[in-house]
Design a protein around this ligand. Structure first.
Ligand SMILES: Nc1ncnc2c1ncn2[C@@H]1O[C@H](COP(=O)(O)OP(=O)(O)OP(=O)(O)O)[C@@H](O)[C@H]1O
Ligand SMILES: [Mg+2]
Length: 413
């Protein structure tokens, strides 16, 4: 039997509103990612995707990493860390540079120059650029160039998407991770990570909407021609459904969450009247009985509200008609029974649940939407090591000063 020779260990960390998840993987001899282990611990230090308690977040990260180290027999010094939160914005931008080498051959330095030029936009002083994602290069007016190095041309343009976030939100996450003794290899927008594990290249190329519904946020992203073109993070998620159920069933949050996960349905039509569920009261005592339909009647309005938001965001992003790849749902709340049907009925767009299937060797229990981002981090890491904005430059110097320094660097490049 051929002996497997492993090359590299990859580590991903997803600091979510309901759980902190870590995953480690190895790049196998054939270039695929084999998962070594996944660990998760409950998270209490975040609200709606943002760190609000650095200490308890860093303790959860520490516990998660210790478990992962023990499980996989590895030492973890750094990881690719996912970033989310309602303060994210995507901004399309273009930049152009002149190419002046003998023979007009475009070299790597020209590509770096134009990419840096695309970062030079006026953003408020309290925001930082966390990604610059080139969508295409345009060489002397010819569009659709993905790798401009080596081409002949005198004018190099880039069309890019900038992802910005509130500087303090990023710093708080960095602090929580840092206190847990972990070095952030790169901070990456969660939706980019989830997209790696649940979307196919064909979907991304043709146009697809990825909706990651977690505990505290709903990340709505649009992919076209292979890359991200729009992302918006809405502070509503599965915890809102749990709260609605706790109020509607007059019970506590744990019981409401259990009922949601075990018996919840996204619409009344998908639920049955004859299925009876035992519900304990707010103190966890004496139970009463409600039908599955009654539970669904509490969940449905919240799902409809979420879908209305999705519709509004698609409109804001300029999506007209049905995206060829439809809507792919992921995140923990995509486990809710009947959710794809609700999406199709409400938005008239084909929908499917996206499971993290692009990695190997994962237990069935981890092939679920809530692990899409952390498993996607391994795949993203494999493809994109060191391709993003340097966080030390951007964040540690403060956003406006960082931008001035980058601008000067560009000037003397
Ligand atoms: N079977 C299920 N039915 C309904 N909801 C579920 C089910 N399983 C998990 N969930 C819900 O999914 C949510 C957690 O999802 P996920 O782990 O993706 O969130 P997160 O990453 O921690 O949060 P966020 O991304 O919003 O910061 C919880 O609200 C949980 O109750
Ligand atoms: Mg999440």
């Amino acid at each position: 039997m051929a002996k497997k020779s492993y090359r590299k260990i990859l580590v991903g960390l997803d600091v979510g509103t309901t759980k902190v998840a870590g995953a480690a993987g190895q790049v196998s001899y054939d270039g695929a990612v084999d998962v070594l282990g996944i660990c998760e611990v409950p998270s209490f230090g975040l609200r709606r995707g943002n760190v609000i308690d650095i200490d308890s977040t860093s303790r959860a990260i520490d516990r998660c990493l210790n478990d992962l180290e023990r499980m996989c027999g590895i030492n973890i010094a750094s990881a690719r860390v996912g970033f989310s939160g309602a303060n994210i914005a995507t901004i399309p931008n273009r930049a152009v540079v002149a190419v002046g080498h003998p023979g007009n051959e475009i070299v790597q330095e020209d590509v770096e120059r134009v990419v840096h030029a695309a970062k030079m936009i006026a953003i408020p002083p309290d925001r930082s650029i966390i990604h610059l994602l080139p969508r295409q290069f345009i060489v002397d007016g010819y569009e659709g160039v993905t790798d401009a190095v080596g081409m002949a041309g005198s004018r190099l343009e880039v069309e890019a998407v900038l992802v910005t976030a509130a500087t303090t939100a990023v710093q708080n996450l960095m602090k929580a991770v840092g206190r847990a003794g972990l070095k952030v290899k790169e901070l990456t927008l969660n939706t980019l990570l989830a997209a790696e594990s649940v979307l196919s290249p064909a979907e991304k190329e043709m146009g697809v909407v990825l909706v990651d519904i977690g505990g505290g946020t709903m990340d709505i992203s649009i992919y076209e021609q292979g890359g991200l073109v729009f992302s918006s993070i809405i502070p509503v998620g599965g915890e809102h459904i749990t709260r609605d159920l706790a109020v509607g069933l007059r019970t506590n949050l744990e019981e409401a969450n259990r009922i949601k996960e075990q018996h919840g349905c996204s619409s009344v039509d998908a639920a049955r009247e004859d299925v009876i569920i035992e519900v304990s009261n707010i103190n966890g005592q004496a139970s009463r009985q409600v039908s599955e339909k009654f539970v669904a009647s509490i969940i449905q309005p919240r799902i409809e509200e979420m879908l209305e938001i999705v519709q509004g965001e698609l409109f804001r992003a300029g999506v007209i008609g049905v995206p060829p790849g439809g809507i792919v749902l992921t995140g923990g709340t995509s486990n809710l029974r009947g959710i794809t049907r609700s999406v199709e009925e409400y938005l008239h767009i084909p929908a499917r649940v996206g499971l993290p299937e692009n990695t190997r060797f994962i237990n069935g229990e981890f092939k679920q939407g809530q692990y899409a981002a952390v498993l996607g981090a391994l795949l993203y890491d494999l493809k994109n090591s060191a391709s993003d904005v340097n966080l030390d430059e951007e964040l540690l110097l403060g956003s406006w000063l960082g931008r001035v320094i980058l601008w000067f660097k560009d000037l003397f490049r």
